[in-house]
Design a protein around this ligand. Sequence first.
Ligand code: CDP
Ligand code: CDP
Length: 203
Amino acid sequence: MSFTVAIDGPAASGKGTISRALAARFGMRHLDTGLLYRAVGARVDAGEEAIAAARTLTPEDLARDDLRGPAAASAASRVAVIPEVRAALLDFQRSFARAPEGAVLDGRDICTVICPDAEVKLYVTAAPEIRAERRYAELVARGMDVTREGVLKDVLARDARDMGRADAPLVAAPDATVLDTSEMGIEEAVAAAVDLVARARGG
Ligand code: CDP
Ligand code: CDP
């Protein structure tokens, strides 16, 4: 029987770090669903049509090394408003969620649309200025040429687009546990999520 942990939240809230830690701790598979949208966005930036790109996404597309930066994030959020793009990515995400060893999926619509029956639902958030600061530090550490103001502007613009779109907007599912990591270090945030999953698994 499969066991699914669904995690949503805005940019740089810590959902990826928490998801990776949960997957390692419980031996489950992890899918960063943002990567799918980033890969479609990258193909569109290279001149392809968005819906066709989403329908023909390959493992090689997901392995590109240019998907981590702010340009790819922005391109992702622009293709993510297209309902046919979202529809093309649905089956892959749902079948991933049924992995026999259990699965953690993180994104924007996992609790609300992709896995509404997930055993654990989490909405990870933090104040925008704190998220922008974390993302800034992360991009600088990766050697990217970014400014604090630019990263905050990008994060706010992406939040607004993700929360404001008509199809599968970012919203905390009514039955999701909200984890505000504004005042939490990463260890504390991970410990809270581990506790939630351990209880749902009955141990
Ligand atoms: O996946 P998402 O964009 O939500 O965020 P992430 O990549 O997990 O976290 C963004 C950055 O914030 C990473 O460098 C994390 O280590 C850091 N972070 C943090 O400093 N404190 C937290 N409570 C959560 C994340
Ligand atoms: O790590 P971060 O939260 O900054 O971004 P991401 O998870 O890689 O997602 C990039 C963009 O893809 C988001 O801003 C959304 O527009 C889109 N996305 C989505 O619409 N639905 C998902 N399940 C995941 C990502």
